[in-house]
Each structure stands twice: as C-alpha cells, then as structure tokens.
Design a protein around this ligand. Structure first.
Ligand SMILES: *Cc1c(COP(=O)(O)O)cnc(C)c1O
Length: 384
C-alpha cells in the first residue's frame, strides 16, 4: 500500500487551511473569500512542473481523466481504440462511454501491451492507442510509439499506476501524446478519488478541459453564465479539498517510490537462488516497485501460493486475487454485447494473456515493511 500509508499531519493541515481561508471548495470564483488561493491550479502546476509538461488537468477520477483525454483526442462513435487485455476495466469503459469500440491486444511477458499484437490490431478505424503501465512498470513504449507514428495514430498512456515511474528517463504519462494518472486510494499517491490528464498538446488539453466542465469554453471576456460552447460535456470537476491533499501527497511521492523500490530489492535479495521467473520490465530502474510479480509453472501453483499467503494474512495485488476485474477475458458484461476478436467465445480470446496472467502472483510491496514481514513473504514463496 503506497501513498495512503503515510497520510498524516501534512494532509490534515492542508485541509484545515482551506477552512481557515473561508471554506471555499469550488475551483473558481469567490476570490476574496478564498484569499486568492486556488489549490486545484496549484496542484496542476506542481505536477506539470515536476514532469515537465505544458498542461495538467485535475479531474474527478482516473476514469474521468481517461474519458476526457480520449474526447480530447477526438475519439467518438464509429472509432476503435486499442488497449491491452490486462488492465482495470476503467480503460475500456472510458472509450465505451464515448461510443467507441474497444479492441484488445494480448499482453507479453511485461504483462503490458504486446507491440506485435498492437500492429496486427490496427484498422482504418483506429483512433487511439492506449497502452497501460500496469503497477508502474512501463510498456515497451519505443516499439509502441514507432507503430503509432507509422500509422499516425495518437497514443494515450494509461499511467494510472505510473506517477513517479519512468521509461528511459522520461516520466510515464509524458511519452505519448497524452497521459493520465489516478489518485484513487490504492494508487501511488492519493487524493481519495481523483485523476489527472497531462499533455503538451494545447488542443487536446483545451477540449478535455471543456468536456470536464459541461462544455464551458472559459471565454475570458464573458461571464460564466454567458460562456460559449460548441460541444456538450459532463461534470468531471473536482474540488479544493482533494487538491490540498494532492499537494501534500505529491511532496511524499519520492519517498513512496524510494521505499517501495528498496523493499522490493530486499525481497528479491531474500529470494535469490530460487531460480524464479519474474515479470519482464523494459526499464527496471524506472519502475515504481509496487509489486514483485512472479510467474509460476501453472495456475494451480499460483493458486497454492495465494492460499499460503492468505494463511499469513497477506493478499496479492490483483493477480490472481482480482483477475476478474483486470483481464478482458473475464468481461462478459462488456464483450458479450460487442463483436469481439473473431466472434470467439470470450474464454477463447487472448489465450496468451490468460496463460500468463493465470500463472502470475503479484506480491504486494508497501512503503512500510518490516524485516519480519519481508522474511514471512520470502518464506511463503520458498515453501512452494
Ligand atoms: C485505477 C485505474 C484506473 C482508474 O482510476 P480511478 O481513479 O479509480 O478512476 C484506470 N486505469 C487503470 C489501469 C487503473 O488501475
């Protein structure tokens, strides 16, 4: 468990200051009462400065960030967007909400988008490519960008888990045309609920911003009530309390990542010599350290390890415990009503992903882990 483990006095003080300034939660207006302090803007600027992008937009959730980003890229009815079989259902929902059709690739040993399968999934209707950096481990972005550029298709990085992680020294989320982060309670840093869009593309930013606020075009010469609009939007705005917490959490981001990486190293050290097969990482030095994913010989063996961990009160990170929410092959409620890969029954789709994911156990790495906890984890793995 990451940023939420170290929520403390800093977050509390930041929230109290809002009350000391008159209790304005709204993103705009109330200039005097809020003493001209705008925390959402400050949080957006702090993130943008940290990762060196032009624009950041703080919205209600990572899912809302994905949807508004796709809208910003012009994805809509009749379009296809390509993402990977191993992700949270939100990635697919975001495009469905806009009337677009999800096209799903296999994952490779990175547990992220398989570039070869991406290449064969592109059609004349592909409007966006959405690789996901699951658990803060990057996808093969060089290969993915090359394919995207060949076909002139924009790339949206679902970097929900990727804040603070990087690929070839570039922050995850800043490699494609637009990226998103999630600040839900389980992600690297948290605002309770929240998400952010980051991009250097002013047009994408502007469209996403308008969509997140009912289509308001923020015309500086007009009062809000007389504002212009060209497209409807929705309400994906957030509030100052979340931004206050976000600013405090952002200051702890380096600490979260450093601690997770150190604990992961310590665990790997304890498992040395067992000949284990780990998830492949395109850029080990840049990963978040949020999980140590081990690939076992069979789904049965993975199940046994999960049970033994559970006997010690230790859960796994989605794999295998929550695979039903994190593998497209389990989403009958979505693909049951859509034409999907070759009209195959869902349990025959993405067989390579299924075989990889079923055999993988993602051990959770926390910020705060004692030697005793690390010893226990290592012992349970050793027992298999
Ligand atoms: C968490 C998550 C999201 C959605 O973020 P929320 O803030 O919970 O809406 C999107 N994509 C992935 C891969 C996620 O894990």
């Amino acid at each position: 468990m990451p940023g939420h483990e170290i929520i403390g006095e800093e977050e509390r003080a930041a929230v109290n200051e809002i009350f000391d300034r008159g209790g304005v939660f709204y993103p705009s207006g109330f200039e005097e009462r809020r003493e001209h302090v705008f925390l959402i803007e400050a949080f957006e600027k702090a993130v943008a400065d940290r990762i060196k992008v032009q624009h950041a937009l703080f919205v209600a959730s990572g899912t809302a960030a994905l949807k508004t980003a796709l809208f910003g890229l012009g994805v809509g009815k009749g379009d296809e967007f390509i993402t990977q079989s191993h992700t949270f259902v939100a990635t697919v929902e975001a495009g469905l909400e806009l009337g677009a059709t999800p096209v799903i690739t296999e994952v490779d040993e990175t547990l992220n988008m398989d570039p070869d399968d991406l290449r064969s999934s592109i059609t004349s209707n592909t409007a966006a490519i959405v690789p996901v950096h699951m658990y803060g481990v990057s996808a093969y972005m060089d290969e993915i960008l090359k394919i995207a550029e060949e076909h002139e298709i924009p790339v949206l990085e679902d970097s929900a888990w990727g804040m603070g992680s990087s690929y070839n020294d570039k922050p995850l989320g800043t490699i494609g045309d637009v990226g998103i982060y999630s600040f839900n309670f389980g992600k690297t840093i948290t605002t309770g609920e929240g998400g952010m869009i980051v991009t250097d593309d002013s047009a994408v930013y502007q469209a996403a911003k308008e969509y997140s606020n009912h289509g308001h075009e923020d015309n500086p010469d007009l009062l809000p009530g007389e504002d212009t609009r060209t497209h409807w939007g929705f309400n994906y705005k957030t509030h100052e309390v979340a931004a206050a917490i976000g600013l405090a959490q952002l200051k702890k981001l380096d600490r979260v990542i450093e601690a997770q990486r150190a604990n992961k190293m310590a665990l790997r050290e304890r498992l040395r010599g067992l000949g284990l097969t780990y998830r492949r990482r395109p850029n080990p030095a840049g990963e978040s350290g949020r999980t140590l994913a081990i690939r076992l010989d069979s789904a049965e063996e993975a199940g046994t390890l999960e049970e033994r961990l559970s006997d010690h009160g230790i859960g796994t990170l989605n794999l295998p415990s929550a695979i039903k929410w994190h593998f497209a092959g389990e989403w009958e409620h979505i693909f049951g009503t859509l034409p999907h890969h070759g009209g195959l029954p869902l349990d025959e789709c993405w067989p390579r992903s299924r075989a990889l994911l079923n055999r993988t156990v993602a051990l959770p790495i926390s910020v705060k882990m004692s030697d005793a906890e690390l010893d226990t984890l290592a012992e349970v793995v050793r027992s298999i």
